[in-house]
Design a protein. Structure first.
Length: 398
């Protein structure tokens, strides 16, 4: 019998999507499922973004340049300048989602067997990208007790070996919502300089910080050749299905190497690039409105969670995720039980078990990630469900 590859066997299931069959089964029973498991905003994709596709006029839907439409890259460089990131359009490669930007970075900067250090909990798909690239993720644990702040630099030093080639951060963070401070970014600068490492910065949620501003890795001085920005329009403009991202670096040698990967896959989708280009022309107050809405949702979900007996949820500084510690025995079992066996007024809630966001075996068993991407009415109903569920769950620990 033919066999699948070791890579195929090692590829992990998504903790965000693996419970989908149970959610579908619950819906077939007539239950309402509140999806807090996935970062799919319910905020409408801006009309002018949609219009850019509807009003496009072409006779042939042809390939674009492998680096992306030049007009889009020029406008994107102007957007970056507006947030203090000084790059030109030749330092940008448009990618098929932020996912491809991350994969390109792993493949262009690391060889099979090399290592990347990532503070955990981390975006679960980093594991998948690492397996696809043949590299190893080395986790360093951050803790809910201090809101998932950057682990001490001494902990990074302990993990660095001859195979270490990069550190990966997501800022603001998915899944924790933590927004790294300027001081923490400076600490990362010192360690990548000391050990000649890349710093991969996933900044998909740049616009969504609430009390403090976002400090981009591209703001760091003196490490321009070490820093790689991975970006996407998915969350910024509520356009997750467009699959348009960006690989950004001032390292010309790395841009040249990455272009060969971009040429391998020919180009990113043409129509979606038109949408991304149109998004840059949104009015200046667009992000003020969306950020205010997410802050309202954040404040509500954190308040509701911390009001439930035995639940601990730090206040996230950015993105639209919260990590909560629950009085449960096993988050995977609990999240499946919510969909398979529980209902409250014919409703239930879908959460992401935190085990899939940790690289260290055994961590996250009493934690879940919640995406506050639903309106406040839906969030309140979801929290009603969760509160009732924790009263009757067979594996509760209080």
């Amino acid at each position: 019998m033919v066999q699948i590859s070791k890579r195929g066997e090692a590829m992990p299931a998504s903790p965000i999507r693996k419970l989908v069959p149970y959610a579908e089964a619950a819906k077939k029973k007539g239950r309402t499922v509140y999806h807090l498991n996935i970062g799919q905003p319910d905020i409408e994709t801006p009309k002018q973004v949609r219009d850019a596709i509807h009003q496009s006029d072409f006779k042939i839907l042809e390939y674009t340049h492998s680096a992306g439409l030049e007009s889009y890259r020029i406008k994107l460089s102007q957007y970056y300048k507006s947030v203090g990131i000084d790059v030109n359009h030749n330092e940008i490669i448009i990618t098929t989602g932020g996912s491809e930007a991350i994969l390109f970075g792993f493949m262009a900067c690391l060889d099979p067997g090399d290592e990347v250090i990532i503070p955990e909990p981390f975006y679960a798909n980093y594991n998948g990208f690492a397996i696809a690239a043949g590299i190893n993720v080395v986790p360093i644990t951050s803790y809910i007790t201090n809101g998932f702040a950057l682990p001490p630099i001494e902990e990074f030093e302990k993990k660095i070996t001859a195979k270490t080639k990069a550190i990966v951060i997501c800022n603001p963070n998915n899944p924790t919502g933590y927004n790294y401070s300027e001081n923490e970014m400076q600490e990362l600068k010192e360690i990548i300089l000391k050990h000649n490492l890349y710093l991969f910065a996933d900044e998909a949620y740049r616009e969504f910080t609430y009390e403090e501003k976002q400090h981009s890795a591209m703001h760091l001085k003196g490490v321009e050749n070490n820093v790689v920005l991975m970006d996407t329009i998915s969350k910024r403009y509520s356009a997750c299905g467009a699959r348009i991202g960006a690989f950004v670096t001032k390292n010309k040698q790395l841009i040249d190497a990455t272009m060969k990967f971009a040429q391998m896959r020919l180009c990113s989708p043409y129509l979606e690039q038109l949408a991304g280009e149109a998004a840059i022309d949104l009015p200046p107050d667009y992000f003020n409105i969306t950020k205010a809405e997410y802050k309202t949702r954040r404040d509500l979900i954190v308040k509701r969670l911390n009001a439930i007996e035995g639940v601990v949820c730090p206040n996230p500084g950015g993105a639209f995720y919260a990590m909560a510690k629950l009085p449960i025995d096993d988050s995977d079992k609990f999240c499946q039980w919510l969909l398979e066996s529980f209902e409250y007024n014919n409703q239930t809630v879908m959460l992401a078990p935190a085990t899939g966001f940790y690289g260290t075996q055994g961590l996250g068993k009493d934690e879940v990630r919640l995406a506050y991407v639903l309106n406040v009415g839906a969030i309140n109903k979801a929290m009603d469900c969760l509160e009732q569920a924790l009263k009757v769950y067979p594996g509760k620990t209080i």
